[in-house]
Design a protein around this ligand. Structure first.
Ligand code: ADP
Length: 293
């Protein structure tokens, strides 16, 4: 269990990336959802001991995350947002190298660890190939393999599905879903479906603030009955936005379909729909923006 209290961080340029963040993150998959610039990477890097917080605390079971960095690193698996690979090295060789860095000094044992991980992420068949020739999805699966070396208790993956095509993304998420339930896995993402598909617990973060945390299904239940949909003409959009709380607009067959949050039917032509996590997400973001304005 990871307990984060009043965690704050302001960069030298004055950007307040984390504003007194409080989160209780249980074992299992936890989705940290927020738009670009929300502070997700700042939080991930702090938990991964790569940068200092200004104040607050983070406790992973008995480990004081902010103070006892060595202890964190022994139990941490981290896939950073900008995970680079050496293009001219094979998957097997680089994983072997990472395993040696993680403390697997005995070559026999290391070989077993590397073999098991390559199989787990389905890269065994291409283990001799150079990483430079890997697709985005293969590279991310390699990234997960290196994060899982040494059976970590805390796994942090920062925006891992950005840029993957749907099939690769699916494959990657399935792989994440297979990580044991005794591990804290934090998945940071700006893609709502990543969380819907995979995470029994989540938080929404924007401008360094946690807007909501808990179970996605409960969050969806809280807006149930208040989400309405209508297909509209393009030139009606501005009027609608001025009149009601428009959550999202999406083109379907070239025509805008709007989702609106309202306690009762907001107008002619609207139909009630069953809410999704995306409605919760956009609702929270728009509430937060309205508050800040
Ligand atoms: P996210 O991962 O959600 O996109 P980040 O944590 O990367 O968000 O960024 C949060 C805010 O902090 C943004 O406004 C970003 O520009 C700023 N920021 C991130 N890293 C730095 C840094 N090293 N120095 C200054 N500002 C930064």
């Amino acid at each position: 269990m990871l307990n984060i209290q009043n965690l704050s961080k302001t960069y030298a340029n004055g950007v307040q990336a984390l504003k007194s963040v409080n989160l209780n993150i249980p074992k299992g998959m936890f989705g940290l959802l927020g738009p670009n610039g929300a502070g997700k990477s700042s939080l991930m890097r702090t938990l991964a001991t790569l940068q200092e917080a200004d104040s607050g605390s983070a406790q992973l079971d008995e480990i004081d995350v902010l103070k006892d960095k060595d202890a964190v690193r022994r139990v941490l698996g981290y896939l950073p947002q900008d995970f680079g690979v050496y293009p001219k090295v094979s998957a097997e060789d680089l994983l072997d190298h990472f395993a040696a860095l993680k403390g697997f000094v005995q070559s026999g044992e290391r070989k077993q660890v590397v073999e098991a991980l390559l199989n787990q992420v389905n890269l065994w068949a291409v283990r001799k190939q150079k990483l430079g020739g890997f697709s985005g999805g293969m590279r991310q699966r390699f990234g997960i393999a290196q994060a899982l070396i040494g059976s970590p208790r805390l796994v942090i993956v920062d925006e891992p599905t950005a840029g993957l095509d749907p099939e690769e993304r699916n494959r990657f998420l399935n792989l994440l879903g297979e990580i044991g339930e005794q591990v804290v896995v934090i998945l940071s993402t700006h893609i709502v479906e990543d969380v819907t598909d995979l995470c029994p617990q989540m938080a929404i973060i924007n401008q360094g603030e946690v807007l909501l945390s808990g179970e996605p299904l409960e969050a969806i239940r809280s807006v149930e009955g208040r989400v309405w949909r209508k297909t509209v003409a393009k030139d009606q959009l501005d009027v609608l936005r001025a009149q009601m709380k428009v959550l999202s607009t999406r083109l379907v067959g070239g025509r805008p379909v709007v989702h609106v949050m309202a306690d009762s039917n907001p107008g002619e032509g609207f139909e009630p729909i069953s809410a999704g996590l995306e409605d919760v997400y956009f609702g929270e973001l728009s509430r937060h923006r309205a508050k800040a304005a």
